[in-house]
Design a protein around this ligand. Structure first.
Ligand code: NAP
Length: 317
């Protein structure tokens, strides 16, 4: 248990990311009080049952009162409206952050609303699952995963350091970069791969020559791993593509060029070109495992089906 880093933290939004932050704050003693706000009564009640905070609010303005750290844990497209709602109620000197997967658009949406007397330090934990809602959170989500902070040129460095300390206490590693650079990096490591997964699963679903039951039956040959990504939350991913448009389009253009040259290699039987690429990509996979960002275990080390002796044949996730 660490000494509390903050007196009062307000979490606006309590889904996968908000609840994982809440559990970290509670179980590691990182703040004395946690005010939870969310828009739907049912989500708020569930957060209360799960003891994710010390006070619970449907009005975010109430939650941020006297908070020294406010973190918006909302879909990217909702951050502007939330910033407008909380702005007049923020305590002078408070740190305001978020966890959105796109940073430039969040800065553009939130900055105009925030008063000069708060410190704005946008953030993004690169950790997630395809689950949503307050039940999805868990203590270890951020462990050994990167959180990127994107303070603005005029952000007080001490505020960034206080927020860094919170993320480090969750077990995360922290890097600081500009919002623009964040968006380019994430476009290639996360956003375009998700788009490819959504696209390939959509294509398979629309095929007429291969039946849906065959797609499902033989999915372990590669398709299955795309379906995990393509099961990600539709609201979150719609907002990511709408708000990181330029960086995604730039990376997609590069991707399409490279895909065309692979297509050419296949058409002309250029086995060397294919072999060279597949050898280079294998090395990237090895580097990711060596960097501790994945494991060599079968099934990418993902959760094995839990055995329920009372209900054999219905394994959990
Ligand atoms: P989530 O589990 O779906 O939870 C979303 C939360 O936002 C809920 O409290 C929900 O409230 C609220 N919300 C949804 N739509 C809203 C709206 N239009 N206006 C106000 N509140 C709204 O989401 P999450 O996975 O935690 O994602 C939250 C943020 O983290 C997103 O910006 C995402 O980009 C980022 N992120 C996600 C992941 C991931 O893998 N999931 C990873 C890193 C970062 P109600 O339930 O009350 O409606």
């Amino acid at each position: 248990m660490t000494a509390p880093l903050f007196e009062k933290v307000a979490l606006i939004g309590i889904g996968l990311i908000g609840s994982s932050i809440a559990i970290n704050i509670r179980d590691r003693g990182l703040a004395r009080e946690v005010a939870v706000a969310t828009r739907r009564e049912a989500t708020l009640r569930r957060a209360e049952e799960l003891r994710l905070g010390t006070s619970f609010h449907l009005d975010p303005a109430e939650a941020v009162r006297d908070a020294d750290l406010v973190i918006l844990c909302l879909p990217v497209g909702s951050c502007g409206a939330a910033a407008a709602a909380i702005a007049p109620h923020l305590k002078p000197g408070a740190i305001v952050s978020d966890v959105g997967s796109v940073k430039g658009a969040v800065v553009d949406q939130m900055r105009p609303h925030l008063p000069a007397h708060v410190h704005f330090v946008p953030g993004h934990p690169i950790a997630g699952t395809e689950q949503s809602g307050p039940d999805a959170g868990f203590l270890e989500l951020f462990e050994n995963r990167w959180t990127i902070l994107t303070p603005l040129p005029d952000t007080d460095e001490a505020a960034t350091e206080r927020l860094r300390a919170l993320w480090l206490a969750t077990g995360a590693m922290v890097e600081v970069m500009t919002p623009e650079h964040h968006d380019l990096v994430l476009a290639i490591v996360s956003h375009v791969p998700h788009l490819i997964a959504y696209n390939i699963v959509g294509t398979a679903a629309d095929l007429e020559t291969v039946t849906q039951s065959e797609v499902i039956k033989f999915s372990a040959s590669g398709f299955r791993d795309f379906t995990r990504i393509a099961a990600s939350d539709p609201t979150m991913w719609r907002d990511i593509f709408l708000t990181n448009r330029d960086a995604v389009l730039e990376m997609l253009a590069r991707f399409s060029e490279d895909l065309a040259s692979l297509q050419r290699a296949i058409r002309w039987g250029d086995g060397d070109a294919l072999f060279d690429l597949f050898t280079r990509t294998r090395a990237i996979r090895r580097s990711i495992v060596q960097a501790g960002q994945d494991t060599e275990e079968a099934n990418f080390g993902r959760l094995k089906p839990r055995r329920d002796p009372w209900n054999e044949g219905a394994p959990g996730e």
